[in-house]
Design a protein around this ligand. Structure first.
Ligand code: NAD
Length: 246
C-alpha cells in the first residue's frame, strides 16, 4: 500500500495503542502525514516518534474544550485534516442491574460523544475544502450485543447511527464517512475481559482466533485512499466479524 496516502494529512484518535496505533503505522507507511491524539499524551508522543508520525497530542475525546484545542493544534501542524480516524475508546464490563449511572455515562461520553466531538470540529474544514474521509471504529458488539456490555454496545450502536446519518449529510460535499466494526482483536482493551468470555468468542468465530490490530489497519487504508474508498458511503466493514455475508 506504499504511496496510496501520499500527501494526505490524518488525525488518529486513540493512536497510542492497539487498533489506532496500527492504523497510524499503516497510514505513515502509505505516505500520510499523521498526528496521534490520545488521553495519554506522553504515549502519543513516544509512539509518534516510533512510527515516524508528525506528532502526538494529549486530549480527552469526551471533553469539548480539549478536543477543540487538539484539533486546532493538529490543523496547525498538518495544515489541514484530510482523514479523521476515531479509534479512542474504553471498555468496562458490568451487568446493567449493577451498573452505576456514572459508569454508563463514562462509556457513552468517551465511546459515542467523543466521536461526535471530533466530527463536530474536524468535518467543517473538510466540507469547506470539498473533500475528506472519516473512519469511525465501532464494534461487532453494536450489532450483536455483548454480555455485561449494555453501555458499550449502546455507545457503539450509536456510532453506527451517527456514521450513517453524517454520511448522508456530507457526502454531497465530498466527505465520505464510514465505520469499521471489528470482531475480537488482541489489544490492551480486551486484557481485562474474562478468559471464559474470550474462549466462548474464539469458538464462535469461523477463523477460531482473535485478530491482530495490523490485520484491521488495511481496511482503514482502503477507506482513506482514492480510488480504494471512493464508493463507500455510510458503510460498516467488519474484520473478524464472524459473519458470512449473504
Ligand atoms: P486500546 O485500549 O489498545 O486503545 C485505545 C486507546 O484509546 C488508548 O490509547 C487510550 O489511551 C485511548 N483513549 C481511551 N479513552 C480516551 C479518551 N477519553 N480520550 C482520548 N484517548 C482515549 O484499545 P483498542 O482495542 O485498540 O480499541 C480501539 C478502538 O477499537 C476502540 O474504539 C474500541 O472500542 C474498538 N474495538 C476494539 C475491539 C477489540 O477487540 N480490541 C473490537 C472492536 C472495536
Amino acid at each position: 500500500m506504499t504511496g496510496v496516502l501520499d500527501g494526505r494529512a490524518a488525525l488518529v484518535t486513540g493512536g497510542a495503542s492497539g487498533i489506532g496505533r496500527a492504523i497510524a503505522e499503516a497510514f505513515v507507511a502509505a505516505g500520510a502525514r499523521v498526528v496521534l491524539l490520545d488521553r495519554d499524551e506522553a504515549a502519543a508522543q513516544t509512539v509518534a516518534g516510533e512510527l515516524g508520525a508528525v506528532g502526538g497530542v494529549g486530549a480527552d475525546v469526551a471533553d469539548e474544550a480539549s478536543v477543540r484545542r487538539a484539533v486546532a493544534a493538529t490543523e496547525e501542524a498538518l495544515g489541514r485534516i484530510d482523514v479523521l480516524v476515531n479509534a479512542a475508546g474504553i471498555l468496562t464490563q458490568s451487568p446493567l442491574v449493577e451498573m452505576s449511572l456514572a459508569q454508563w455515562r463514562e462509556t457513552i461520553d468517551v465511546d459515542l460523544t467523543g466521536v461526535f466531538l471530533l466530527c463536530r470540529y474536524v468535518v467543517p474544514g473538510m466540507v469547506a475544502r470539498g473533500s475528506g474521509r472519516v473512519i469511525n471504529i465501532a464494534s461487532q458488539l453494536a450489532i450483536k450485543g455483548g454480555t455485561s456490555l449494555t453501555h458499550y454496545s449502546a455507545a457503539k450502536a450509536g456510532v453506527l447511527g451517527l456514521t450513517k446519518a453524517l454520511a448522508l449529510e456530507v457526502a454531497p460535499d465530498g466527505v465520505l464517512v464510514n465505520a469499521i466494526a471489528p470482531g475480537p482483536i488482541e489489544t490492551p482493551l480486551v486484557e481485562g475481559i474474562s478468559e471464559d468470555w474470550k474462549r466462548a468468542k474464539r469458538e464462535e468465530l469461523p477463523l477460531g482466533r482473535f485478530g491482530r490490530p495490523e490485520e484491521v489497519a488495511p481496511t482503514a487504508v482502503l477507506l482513506a485512499a482514492s480510488p480504494g474508498g471512493d464508493l463507500y458511503v455510510g458503510q460498516t466493514l467488519g474484520p473478524n466479524s464472524g459473519d458470512v455475508m449473504p
